[in-house]
Write a protein that binds this ligand. Structure first.
Ligand code: HEC
Length: 103
């Protein structure tokens, strides 16, 4: 490994982001935010804030995430929905249920 790559890796490790930031990155990596955007919602996808508000209405974050996962699996015409593992989806949905904070 090149020394610069090693240094960058260490820097990233040291600056380990909070859990919320991890989930935000996960949502971005899985393309969720491309459709469930902050301001625009192509393909009639519900906006992130609306998804978050709806999931957040449930008092139990884990139950909200599981419910979100069921909805996500029902909407299986969306490629990104099909491509996401249960594990990743639950992490993202839990983040959404907690208000989808970017950091
Ligand atoms: C290609 C665009 C697109 C991407 C990418 C995408 N979605 Fe969706 N999503 C949609 C659309 C469109 C709907 C609404 C479908 C409908 O109501 O028939 C939807 C619905 C949902 C719903 C159900 C909301 C409801 O009202 O029933 C959840 C939860 C959801 N998406 C989560 C996610 C997550 C998490 C990701 C990332 C893994 C993601 N979506 C990626 C387009 C997308």
């Amino acid at each position: 490994m090149k020394i610069e790559a090693l240094a960058l890796g260490l820097a990233l490790l040291i600056a380990a982001p909070a859990q919320a930031a991890d989930a935000a990155a996960l949502a971005a990596d899985h393309g969720c935010l491309n459709c469930h955007g902050v301001r625009s919602h192509p393909h009639e996808a519900p906006l992130l804030k609306d998804l978050a508000a709806r999931l957040g209405r449930r008092s139990d974050v884990d139950a909200a995430a599981r419910h979100g996962l069921e909805e996500l699996r029902e909407k299986d015409s969306v490629h990104a929905h099909r491509m996401t593992s249960d594990e990743s989806a639950l992490a993202i949905l839990r983040w959404m249920a907690q208000g989808a904070k970017m950091r």
